[in-house]
Design a binder for this molecule. Structure first.
Ligand SMILES: Cc1cc2nc3c(=O)[nH]c(=O)nc-3n(C[C@H](O)[C@H](O)[C@H](O)COP(=O)(O)OP(=O)(O)OC[C@H]3O[C@@H](n4cnc5c(N)ncnc54)[C@H](O)[C@@H]3O)c2cc1C
Length: 463
């Protein structure tokens, strides 16, 4: 029975393992940390003793592979699909984005038409811009989105209050660091092609419960050896082929196939010098990443009447109600997470400053927060949260085949055709599993199809 070693227990590694369980192989998943989930994981906040996610992670309906992974591993019921998304405009008014009965791409049109913080001229320019973006000629465009928006005469209002709000949330980057083709993908897949693409899915349990416990147990039940706190120090080669891995504690594990599902910046150190020197591996060091900050707030009472909100024209981009938890005082607290993507501007600022600004924004919006007391707050910044969707990055993303014949790559940084998201990570894991199956002489398809494009989207937009 072939021995497959997967290095890295993030979503890419877990997805690869989940796909390979039925392939008549022996699968070992090695993760250096004491938990699964990688960048989508939880930790214990020492002050409150609560297990909190490093950041709220959300999924969209168009992410078919992530959804498939959750269903297969038994955590599908732990994702709640929101019936609508609430935008809080600069005027503090709430606007509900919800699908009308009209078919895609018109299903969200009534909601957009009601946005009070856009003029009718803005709305007309926006509709025109969306139609132009959806056009096939933009599918391979390396132009930057900021230039494209100027060229397509989008108004400052539409840029700041629609394009930026959607793209910074979806791609975790500023508009001057996003290629047009990636922006197009977001709007086409999430908003135009299928009426379910935009639907927001929110985990109902901490990420640690989902991945370390539920998925970890599921994998073990499928006879995958899941070894936590087991870092790999190098891939061992005999001649042209990899024959195993050396662990950080000196142990050696033999392998017929290896999947490297570690972050791109950790790849070179695991490979022999002559392989690490190849341009494809050196190129990984040039990949640029974007930071995401999350502000965690514990109040003595509820401060908003919604499960989540998208805030327009503010420092805080999204706020999520994470329910009632223990407070450091022993009482209970209402816990909220605020997400700030592409958070370079926060660099060098004191945590207390950031928390003060965010709390001021939130309490100004919702009168029910009057008189609330902040019990505890903290800011968590992941400096390399997501790959920047820069055109030059795209050329550096390798496919799943590494320069070593029996070593495959997986990770949200590989060339999946998707941005670096949970969906991109799961796709990369499935692609790596397909690559391994190919090496073993089997043609298997693990990657799931996209949502179907509606007939009207085909006719109106030529998608
Ligand atoms: C703050 C933040 C917010 C985000 N929000 C969202 C969101 O809302 N929606 C969304 O879709 N995506 C979001 N993302 C992106 C998403 O989390 C990532 O795209 C995805 O989790 C990447 O998975 P991965 O498996 O490719 O990599 P990783 O999660 O980085 O996994 C790699 C794993 O390899 C392990 N490893 C490294 N070296 C070794 C070694 N030598 N031996 C053994 N193991 C090793 C690491 O410990 C890690 O667990 C967010 C990311 C961050 C950081």
């Amino acid at each position: 029975m072939p021995n497959i070693i997967i290095i890295g227990g993030g979503l890419a590694g877990m997805a690869a393992a989940s796909a390979l369980v039925s392939s008549g192989t022996r699968v070992t998943l090695l993760e250096s940390r004491p938990r699964l989930g990688g960048r989508a994981s939880s930790f214990v906040d020492q002050t409150t003793g609560t297990t909190i996610d490093n950041c709220q992670h959300v999924n969209l309906g168009c992410c078919t592979n992530f959804r498939h992974f959750c269903e297969v591993t038994g955590i599908g019921n732990e994702l709640r699909t929101e019936p609508s998304i609430t935008f809080i405009g600069p005027n503090d008014r709430a606007h509900i984005l919800a699908a009308s009965p009209w078919p895609a791409p018109l299903h969200l049109l009534p909601s957009f038409a009601r946005l009070s913080y856009l003029t009718w001229y803005d709305k007309w320019r926006l509709a025109w811009g969306l139609r132009a973006l959806a056009h096939r000629r933009n599918a391979g465009s390396n132009e930057l989105m900021s230039d494209w928006l100027r060229r397509h005469r989008q108004t400052p209002n539409t840029i700041q209050r629609v394009w930026q709000v959607v793209l910074v949330s979806a791609l975790s980057e500023s508009l001057d660091r996003i290629a047009v083709k990636d922006a197009r993908k977001v709007f086409v897949d999430a908003f135009l092609a299928n009426r379910h693409g935009w639907e927001l899915q929110i985990p109902t349990a901490p990420l640690d419960t989902l991945y370390t416990h539920s998925v970890g147990d599921w994998l073990r039940g499928q006879r995958v050896d899941v070894l936590l706190s087991t870092g790999v120090s190098r891939v061992i080669m005999t001649g042209e082929r990899a024959t195993g891995v050396e662990l950080r504690d000196g142990r050696i594990l033999a392998a017929d196939e290896i999947i490297l599902a570690v972050p791109s910046f950790s790849v070179a150190a695991l490979l022999p010098e002559q392989i690490a020197a190849l341009p494809v591996i050196q190129g990984l060091k040039q990949l640029e990443w974007a930071p995401i900050s999350s502000v965690h707030l514990w109040f003595d009472r509820p401060i908003m009447p919604l499960p989540h909100a998208t805030l327009v024209d503010r420092l805080s981009q999204w706020v999520f109600d994470r329910g009632v938890v223990n407070a450091p005082t022993g009482d209970v607290a209402n816990y909220y997470q605020v997400v700030i993507s592409a958070s370079r501007d926060l660099e060098g600022r004191e945590q207390s400053d950031i928390i003060r600004d965010v709390v001021t924004e939130l309490t100004a919006i919702w009168p029910m927060s009057n008189g609330c007391r902040l019990i505890h707050g903290r800011v968590v910044t992941e400096h390399k949260a997501c790959l920047s969707m820069l055109p030059q990055n795209e050329a550096l993303r390798p496919g799943s085949q590494s320069p070593i014949s029996n070593v495959s790559f997986a990770g949200d940084w590989t060339a999946t055709g998707w941005p670096s998201t949970m969906e991109g990570a799961v796709r990369s894991g499935y692609l790596a599993a397909e690559n391994v199956a190919r090496h073993l002489g089997e043609a298997k398809r693990f990657v799931q199809p996209d949502l179907p494009v509606s007939w009207l989207a085909r006719v109106l937009l030529g998608i």
